[in-house]
Design a protein around this ligand. Structure first.
Ligand code: CAA
Length: 380
């Protein structure tokens, strides 16, 4: 498939028009002020973009993963901070509830998450459980009709603004991932606390913080999936999350590319536009080729994710994330180089893109973790 289906093209156009008119103009100011884009998130929800793959029966847009990644790329072209806020709600919160939730859980949580009445966060990472996600230490103990959670999570996107948290805790830390359970938590519950806010290099207008659970009682009815099956849920959820980050990276890469081309055409040096130099032409060619390759891989991952072969989908999701995130960093770096000293100034968008690109090879699994997932499929 080399062209998008017509209905997906329409979603792409809708996202592109909105992103370039309503999101792009304020992206620099929000970045400098570290201002959370609450009003934009509300508008995205109104457009159906906060629960894109949630069926209409649960208040979502009922669209495909392909439509989602295409729309998300457009949003991230304008502002990757807005994009990650949207991506976490869709991929990391709505999806696991849809895929693993009971009917009552789906009805209780999905309509609010998809409509923007509530925002979600996903709490897996801990101070000592990052790439080694199976080393979960946040403790869950069963006490009557509730699980009691104690522990802390870090780097949690959306956490300060979230009303719903999909979180992981361990019933038996000595059994590593085999004790992990997934929970849906109402963040207004006593014992749920937002800790230190992260002051980040990039995506500064997205909100990231620590979470602390102190004798947090989670009703048994809020266990997501079966007891001790939480790690598989976390991993399957991250497959979808990784295509979301691939889409985010593509948006950053494409914006970097467009700004680099525009600058190369108009910037004069030695009596001619710098675009007349082969050194610049090669950079532009490499950027374009890598973007196109990563985009095709991301679309392939999205289409596979909508199918029934989950192992194959996981493989392509990691490939897409690896390719697109490395491409975003490559393109943002080259765009900055083409801008010369201007690119190093906060007045220019490429400076923000360079910082925003950096997270994409880190979160939702580093490039090294993606290579582990991919190589295991060949080497066992
Ligand atoms: N889908 C479903 N189940 C899966 C799976 C998948 N994609 N991948 C693994 N599993 C299951 C396995 O089948 C296995 O199940 P059993 O115990 O029943 O056999 C179990 O999970 C353990 O699998 P592994 O032995 O492969 O586990 P591991 O300890 O070797 O770890 C890993 C594998 C790939 C390194 C994993 O730990 C990993 O992905 N680490 C990175 C974590 C990560 O991406 N964190 C991002 C945090 S979220 C974030 O960034 C959020 C944000 O706010 C933006």
């Amino acid at each position: 498939m080399f062209e998008l289906p017509e209905d997906v093209q329409q979603i792409q156009q809708l996202a592109r028009d909105y992103a370039r008119k309503e999101i792009l103009p304020g992206s620099q100011a929000r970045d400098h002020a570290h201002a959370f884009p609450a009003a934009i998130v509300a508008e995205l929800a109104g457009m159906g973009f906060m629960g894109m793959m949630v069926p209409e029966a649960y208040g979502g847009a009922g669209l495909s993963t392909l439509a989602y990644v295409v729309a998300l790329e457009e949003i991230c072209y304008a502002d990757a901070s807005v994009g990650v806020t949207m991506s976490v709600n869709n991929s990391l919160v709505c999806w696991p509830i849809l895929a693993n939730g009971t009917e009552a859980q789906k009805q209780a949580f999905l309509p609010d998450l998809a409509s923007g009445r509530k925002l979600g966060c996903y709490a897996l990472t801990e101070p000592d459980a990052g790439s080694d996600a199976g080393a979960q230490r946040t403790r869950a103990t069963l006490d009557g009709d509730a699980y009691v959670l104690n522990g802390s999570k870090i780097w949690i996107t959306n956490a300060p603004y979230a009303q719903v948290c999909v979180a992981y805790a361990n019933l038996a830390p000595e059994e590593r991932h085999k004790g992990v359970c997934a929970f849906i938590i109402d963040t207004a519950s006593p014992g749920f606390r937002v800790g230190k806010l992260e002051d980040k290099l990039g995506i500064t207008s997205s909100a990231t913080s620590e979470l602390i659970f102190e004798n947090l009682r989670v009703p048994r009815a809020n266990l997501l999936g079966a007891e001790r099956r939480g790690f598989g849920i976390a991993m399957a959820t991250l497959d979808g999350g990784r295509i979301g980050i691939a889409a985010q990276a593509l948006g950053i890469a494409q914006r970097s590319f467009d700004l680099a081309v525009a600058h190369a055409r108009q910037r004069m040096a030695f009596g001619k536009p710098i675009a007349a130099n082969q050194a610049i032409q090669w950079m532009i060619a490499d950027m374009a080729t890598r973007i196109e390759s990563a985009r095709l891989l991301t679309w392939r991952a999205a289409i596979t994710k909508d199918g029934s072969d989950t192992a194959r989908a996981s493989h392509y999701c990691s490939m897409a994330k690896l390719a697109a995130s490395e491409t975003a960093n490559f393109c943002a770096d080259k765009a900055l180089q083409i801008h010369g000293g201007y690119g190093y100034s906060k007045e220019y968008e490429v400076e923000r893109l360079f910082r925003d690109a950096r997270i994409t090879t880190l979160y939702e699994g580093t490039s090294e973790i993606q290579r582990i997932v991919i190589s295991r499929n060949y080497l066992g």
